[in-house]
Every structure is written in structure tokens, then in C-alpha cells.
Design a protein around this ligand. Structure first.
Ligand code: OXD
Ligand code: MN
Length: 590
């Protein structure tokens, strides 16, 4: 399919190592995709679902020991440890290559090597970057064909260039003791072995579009972030874009696809989804920050997705979707998961492949991290700009986490540098369901803790530098949908009603609403959050917006510890953030 010397030489080297029976190039054609689906069904790797109810949909089960990303087995191998930093696992590249090469040796014997040329972002976009993934798994091929733009047009676009990211995946024995997800940012290389779970093996996603891309973005002057992108269209047809970073399990996919509450819907407001997980951002010729979603699909968590929580996501999964580790309803050959509806199938197979009676069993039928891989093009609210090679201009950047008490519903940073501080201070709590209990805080700056491919101190410095390069920089905000009352119930209704907060954010960007200055940032006046049609009153909003200085001072202590931890490897914490932290504590102590 190509004469590209760099590509062919690399494939030859890998072939000599892994020893495949044969090599198949993925061209992206319908015929080849269909043939691969049929082959996977014949071996049991996939189950074809009810084609009337779920056209082109399939089910896959991973091994029971292989159901999630493995952060403790994920490595960033740079020549110097301090370039990977304190928050990444590190190993000397030569040592790691030696260990991995021993594991990969002959691992494709009796298997086929699939060569997947893929592009992150639209082929030909100034944002786009090309990768080639070698894999021995048809499941990986079929997922990559949904999650990325893959096939012949990509290898044609690469031409003779050696500028591509190498990805080598081998299922091997799915042995968790020898599972490795390894990044060599200095060599543009990713190696993944002994896993078949999406986040570890769809190498375009977390491995390339976040870990390797964040390293490249640092060197090249752009940003690769764990952010959704959504557009809000007003009744006049103007669309404004917001990107937002939240740790996993904080509702990114739901926010990206939200249905506006009636009060906005009736006036003609609409919300459009550009992306639900990753944003690549660059300064445009107009001095604004422009963003693309480099992916082509959604790898969403199934449990909890239903007609109320996210009807758009549910609709997206109704065709052309691969479900992983959900329940198979044997009566009608469809799928089910916890939280889909209150009617679990009685005659079913659970995620482990065992018979399961959902009416009687006390065990979960779907794995809590079971997934759907679905095409963005099938989403009812996909943005018209989804395939725009130039991306969309961002007005506001939003950070958020799950905080039972500390963070208010929303606040705005004083300026860009303070916004970087706010992002660096992001944290999310383990659930705080018990009365009065406050969860354990896990620091997760910019929601990038597991995904930053280099030293977190350098990453913060890069964010600060970017602020000097964006003449019309977005404003930076923080939100918290998860404040709880004394019984542990969420106070804010969340889901579509989060748009009420986004509307305040856009009004702040326009300068059409005032704010109150507090030690943590600019806060809304309670009456400026529109609660028309909601079951909560102004006092509740006041409560949601209250700031407890003592709680924040406590939080600042944790943040100082975290900064110290980052600084301990390479002394790379920027002075500016230490100053921000000092100033923050001083404001709180006044
Ligand atoms: C995640 C994901 O774990 O997007 O963040 O899968
Ligand atoms: Mn994610």
C-alpha cells in the first residue's frame, strides 16, 4: 500500500521480532471491514447483535483480568527521569526496550499482523498527526476504524514522510504480571503488550492523542488536553464554544451532549457536541485559541447511560457500535447494562460470559467500566464543525472535579495565570455518600494526571507560556456539579441544567454580567444563575456558591504537598505557581 521507506523498514524490523504468519494492511474499505467482522464472529471474538434493532452492532468480552486502563503499568520512558517527572512511572528506555523485546519475541506466531494507518484529526487538517498501529487483534482494528480516520487515504497523505507515531500492540497471553503500556516520547513510539482492553490498546487515544501529543505540543507550542468541546447556539444562530476538563467519571460525555433545559430549548438554544474526551488546541491566525477533537468516535462508559442521563449518547449507540463487557440479552440478542432501565433481562449472559438472570442475580451483569465504541457521526447532536479542519474557536476553558464541599458551583479565574493555578489545583473526591463525610481528595491537575507525557512542572510552565501567545485568550473557569448536602445528596440537579452555569460563563466572556470578587476568584451573584423551572430557590444557589476559607486553606496544604512532590523530580515547578499559591493562601487568611 506504500513505498514509504521509514514505514516499510519499521514494519520489517517488527516482523523479524514478532514473527507473524501474515501481514494485512487496513485500507478502510467496507469490504475489508465486513470480512474482518465476519472472521471475528467466526472465532467468537465478536458476537453479531440483533441487526434489526442494532444494525451493524457487535459485542465483545475482554478477559476478566483486563477491564480497565492500568496506570501502575503505564510508563513514560525518556532518557532522563526528570523529563518524565514525579507523576509518571519511568524506566530507562534501553532497559525497557530490552524487557519489551523479550516479551514481544515471536508473539505473533500463528497470528496475523494488521497494519492500521490512522490520522488523529481530519486528514489534511493543520492539527492532524498520523500514526501507524500494528496489532494482532481484529477487535482493535474495528475499534480503530471507529475511533480514528483510518485506511488508505491516511497512508497516501503520509507519502514519503517519516513523521508518524509508531504503535506496536500484542495481545500475547493477556498476562497482567507482564502487561506494559509504554511510551517513548523521544522516539515517537508506543508499545502495548498483554492487554486487549480499549484504553490500553487503541493506541490513538490516551497513548497518542494525550501522552505523546502532550509531549509534542510542549515542543511545538500547542496544547493536547483531556477536554470535551461543546458549542452553544443562540436563537440567532451564533455558536460559541467551550472546552472542559474533568477527571474520569465526572460526566464529560454527558456534558458534551447535554440537552438544554426547556427554558432555553423553547427560546431556540441548541447544544452541539464536538468532542467528549480529547481536545487539541492551537493559536489561530486571528489570535484566538482553536480546538479540534482528534478522535472520530466515542469510547464511552455504558453503565448509567439512559434516556434521561444522556439520550444523545444512547441514540448514538443504536448502530455501527461495538459494545464491550455489557450484558447480552439472549431473548432478543440485544445488550443491557446497569442503569439502562429498570428491566434487566432474565435470560442473559453477563460480561464474564456466564449465564445471568438480571431479575434475580445480586451480581452486576455489565462491568462498571463496560463501554460502547460509537461513531461521532451517528450522534444526533454532533456539531456541523466536527470535520472542520480548522477546528472551532474557544471562548471559555472550564475545569471541574467532584468536590462534596470545597468548590462552589462555578467561579472564574482572575486572569490566565490564575486560571493555570486553578487548573493545577484540580482535584476530585472519592464519593461522599455517607452523611457529613468528605471524600478523599485525589489531585488531578487539568484532569491530566494519568495522561501527561512529560514532567508535570514543565506542563504547567507550558500552560503559562501559552498564555503569552494567545492574544485573545479564552477565559478560565472552574465548576463543581457535585456539592452535597448533609445527607450526602447532590444539591445541584446537574445534567442538562448544567447549561444554566455555562450561560453565566458565556455572559462573563461577553462582559454582560457582573461578578463578586472572592479569595478564590470571581463568583456569580446568586440571582445571575437562572433557576427558572427548577426545584431549588435562591438560598440554595447561595449555598452552592458559598466559600469556606478554612476548607480552602486545608486544600491549599494538600496542593503545596503536591507541588513539592512534582518539584522533587527535576525542580521544574514554575515560580509563578508557587507565587499564585502563596497569594491564594494570603487572600484566604485575611
Ligand atoms: C478515561 C477514558 O478513562 O476516557 O478517561 O476512557
Ligand atoms: Mn478520558
Amino acid at each position: 500500500m506504500t513505498n514509504n521507506k521509514a514505514v516499510l523498514q519499521w514494519i520489517d524490523e517488527v516482523k523479524a521480532l514478532v514473527n507473524p504468519d501474515n501481514v494485512v494492511w487496513i485500507d478502510g474499505s467496507k469490504e475489508q471491514t465486513e470480512a474482518l467482522r465476519a472472521e471475528a464472529c467466526s472465532t467468537g471474538e465478536l458476537t453479531k447483535l440483533n441487526q434489526e434493532k442494532l444494525p451493524n452492532c457487535y459485542l465483545h468480552r475482554t478477559a476478566v483480568n483486563d477491564v480497565a486502563r492500568v496506570e501502575n503499568r503505564t510508563f513514560i520512558c525518556t532518557s532522563k527521569k526528570e523529563d518524565a517527572g514525579a507523576t509518571n512511572n519511568w524506566c530507562d528506555p534501553q532497559e525497557m526496550y530490552a524487557k519489551l523485546n523479550a516479551l514481544y519475541k515471536d508473539s505473533y506466531k500463528g497470528r496475523t499482523m494488521y497494519v492500521i494507518p490512522y490520522s488523529m484529526s481530519v486528514v489534511g487538517s493543520p492539527f492532524a498527526k498520523i500514526g501507524i498501529e500494528l496489532t494482532d487483534s481484529i477487535y482493535v482494528v474495528l475499534n480503530m476504524l471507529i475511533m480514528t480516520r483510518a485506511g488508505k487515504e491516511v497512508i497516501d497523505a503520509l507519502g514519503d514522510s517519516p513523521d508518524f507515531i509508531k504503535g506496536l500492540h500484542a495481545r500475547k497471553d493477556i498476562d497482567e504480571e507482564n502487561r506494559y503500556i509504554v511510551h517513548f516520547p523521544e522516539d515517537n513510539t508506543i508499545m502495548s503488550v498483554n492487554s486487549g482492553y480499549g484504553g490500553n490498546v487503541l493506541l490513538g487515544k490516551k497513548c497518542f492523542a494525550l501522552r505523546i501529543a502532550s509531549y509534542l505540543a510542549h515542543n511545538e507550542g500547542w496544547l493536547a488536553e483531556h477536554m470535551l468541546i461543546l458549542g452553544i447556539e443562540d436563537p440567532q444562530g451564533n455558536v460559541r464554544y467551550i472546552s472542559a476538563a474533568f477527571p474520569s467519571a465526572c460526566g464529560k460525555t454527558n456534558l458534551a451532549m447535554l440537552i438544554p433545559p426547556a427554558l432555553y430549548r423553547e427560546k431556540g438554544y441548541k447544544v452541539w457536541c464536538v468532542g467528549d474526551d480529547i481536545a487539541w488546541l492551537r493559536v489561530g491566525p486571528d489570535g484566538r485559541l482553536w480546538a479540534v477533537n482528534p478522535e472520530n468516535g466515542f469510547f464511552g462508559v455504558a453503565p448509567g447511560t439512559n434516556v434521561k442521563s444522556n439520550p444523545n449518547a444512547l441514540e448514538t449507540t443504536m448502530r455501527d457500535t461495538i459494545f464491550t463487557n455489557v450484558v447480552l440479552n439472549k431473548d432478543n440478542n440485544t445488550v443491557w447494562w446497569e442503569g439502562l432501565d429498570k428491566n434487566p433481562p432474565a435470560n442473559a449472559i453477563d460480561w464474564k460470559g456466564n449465564p445471568w438472570n438480571g431479575q434475580e442475580s445480586t451480581e452486576k451483569g455489565a462491568h462498571p467500566n463496560s463501554r460502547f465504541t460509537a461513531l461521532a457521526a451517528n450522534c444526533p447532536c454532533v456539531s456541523k464543525e466536527f470535520n472542520n479542519p480548522a477546528g472551532v474557536p474557544i471562548d471559555a476553558i472550564v475545569f471541574g472535579g467532584r468536590r462534596a464541599k470545597t468548590a462552589p458551583l462555578v467561579y472564574q479565574s482572575f486572569d490566565w495565570n490564575h486560571g493555570v493555578f486553578v487548573g493545577s489545583a484540580m482535584a476530585s473526591e472519592t464519593t461522599a455518600a455517607a452523611a457529613g463525610a468528605v471524600g478523599v481528595v485525589r489531585r488531578d491537575p487539568m484532569a491530566m494526571l494519568p495522561f501527561c507525557g512529560y514532567n508535570m512542572g514543565d506542563y504547567f510552565a507550558h500552560w503559562l507560556t501559552m498564555g503569552t501567545k494567545i492574544p485573545k485568550a479564552p477565559k478560565i473557569f472552574n465548576v463543581n456539579w457535585f456539592r452535597t448536602d448533609d445527607e450526602g445528596h447532590f444539591i445541584w440537579p446537574g445534567f442538562g441544567d448544567n447549561m444554566r452555569v455555562l450561560m453565566w460563563i458565556l455572559a462573563r466572556c461577553d462582559g454582560t454580567v457582573d461578578a463578586v470578587e472572592t479569595p478564590i476568584g470571581y463568583m456569580p451573584k446568586a440571582e445571575d444563575i437562572n433557576i427558572e423551572g427548577l426545584d431549588i430557590d435562591l438560598d440554595t444557589v447561595k449555598g452552592l456558591l458559598s466559600v469556606d476559607n478554612d476548607l480552602w486553606l486545608e486544600d491549599a496544604k494538600g496542593l503545596r504537598e503536591f507541588y513539592n512532590k512534582i518539584d522533587a523530580v527535576g525542580n521544574r515547578m514554575p515560580k509563578e505557581l508557587w507565587n499564585q499559591l502563596d497569594a491564594f493562601e494570603a487572600r484566604l487568611s485575611k
